[in-house]
Design a protein. Structure first.
Length: 440
């Protein structure tokens, strides 16, 4: 074998050097690929761990929600059953007692209180459902929040009679663009909540003030207070359902959830503060101001003239329901007519020229929806304020009634105050135009 020439050796070295460079490049590429695989595995592992944690958290939340549901159903059964025993006992007493006597009057008072409790419970359940499904329709009007607060506190005087109530209101009106009925509900729920958790002779303060851009309402009490854990979820539906039956003070934890939903629908915010158990609580509601125009005082038109006696037409084929509504409205100094059917209601409306029509949805023959459509299609009657009445207040029914032309929905049986508040609210001029029959 001959010795390689220097030229051949040099060529061989160059070839080996090139192969060495190529091998190093391939090794580098392999190392980069391996590093990418390691990174991918690490990311996959982290994502898998995150997914597992998220799944574990979701399972815990589901279990917690299921526990809340079971506790809620148990407390709901308790709350629904509680009023039935005194109602049944009172009915028995009414059957035996002298009509109009002391026993009969006491029995009627018990029935009235327990029916109010049941109605409030059902209304809160329905409102929570409507708010969560976006079915609440605010009937906005330019109003004086000072008057709304004053009137709501006055309406709840009987409920607050065993407490010291301090009311601080500004002298000047505070204009709000809102739904007076729903704002009254917000204030009422806060008052009821304060009364439930404040011992007798405890203090409940209601303070309304004004900042540069907001109306600020504070409802404070010297009651049981709120622990930090409860404070975090206080405005969640059924938060109070976690109390045992023996601890329950007659509530489902729905009222505050309704407060939060209604305040936020008005573009406002609500918060709660407590220094802890037995330190009382303070709820603060902030609502945006509306400075676009003046507010008409109760009993006056916007120009300050005295309002005329309002006319109400009741269209109801249930004689007892129609009689009760008529007597209720006449006590509030309303001029009232009654029609027993849809066609009769339309005929009377042309002659009577009502400001309001309270129409039952479940009329035989021409039902309430058809009546509303007929009113809206009639040139003379199209601007009449229409209020639907029914025993059922399902969200679908309310939506259908609104589409037919009703402005409000009244669940039966309703309190005198609830009926009158709806009528008063509808007379206030809406902030964006809308229907108005606020003549002289």
């Amino acid at each position: 074998m001959g010795t390689k020439s220097p030229k051949d050796v040099n060529a061989e070295n160059q070839r080996l050097s090139a192969e060495n460079v190529e091998l190093r490049l391939r090794l580098q590429e392999a190392e980069q690929a391996l590093e990418a695989i390691r990174t991918g595995l690490a990311e996959y592992s982290a994502e898998h761990k995150h997914t597992e944690e998220a799944l574990r958290e979701a399972n815990l939340q589901l279990a917690e929600a299921d526990r809340h549901k079971n506790e809620f159903l148990g407390l709901l059964s308790h709350e629904l059953r509680n009023p039935l025993t005194p109602i049944r006992n009172s009915i028995y007493i009414l059957e035996k007692a002298t009509p109009g006597g002391p026993q009969a009057r006491r029995a009627l008072a018990v029935i009235d209180r327990q029916m109010s409790h049941l109605t409030q419970l059902v209304d809160d359940l329905l409102d929570v459902t409507r708010i969560s499904r976006g079915k609440i329709r605010l009937q906005r009007a330019r109003l004086d929040l000072v008057e709304v607060v004053r009137r709501t506190v006055e309406d709840h005087r009987a409920f607050l009679e065993h407490h010291q109530v301090v009311l601080e209101l500004p002298d000047d009106a505070i204009s709000i663009d809102g739904d007076p009925t729903r704002l009254g509900q917000v204030i009422g729920n806060l008052l009821i909540n304060a009364a439930k958790f404040t011992p007798e002779k405890g203090k409940i303060s209601v303070v309304l003030a004004r900042t540069s851009d907001s109306a600020v309402l504070e409802v404070a009490d010297t009651g049981l207070g709120i622990d930090p854990d409860t404070l975090k979820r206080l405005f969640q539906p059924f938060a109070q359902a976690e109390r045992s039956l023996s601890q329950s003070r007659g509530g489902m934890g729905l009222g505050l959830a309704v407060v939060k939903g209604l305040v936020e629908l008005h573009g406002g915010a609500v918060s709660a503060h407590s220094d802890g158990p037995d330190q009382g609580a303070r709820f603060t509601v902030r609502l945006p101001l509306d400075e676009k125009g003046s507010v008409a005082r109760e009993g006056q038109n916007a120009n300050g003239t005295h309002a005329r006696k309002r006319k109400v037409l009741i269209i109801e084929d249930n004689v007892d329901a129609a009689t009760r509504l008529r007597e209720t409205l006449e006590r509030w100094d309303r001029e009232v007519e009654v029609a027993r059917s849809g066609p009769e209601g339309l005929d009377k409306a042309h002659l009577f020229d009502p400001d309001f029509v309270l129409c039952a949805l479940g009329l035989r023959g021409m039902d309430g929806y058809d009546v509303a459509r007929a009113f809206r299609a009639d040139e003379q009657l199209k601007d009449v304020h229409l209020v639907a009445t029914s025993n059922s207040v399902l969200p679908e029914e309310i939506e259908r009634a609104a589409q037919a032309g009703f402005e409000r929905h009244l669940s039966e049986p309703s309190s005198v105050e609830a009926i009158e508040e709806i009528l008063r609210a509808m007379l206030r001029p809406p902030s964006g135009g809308g229907r108005s029959r606020s003549g002289p």
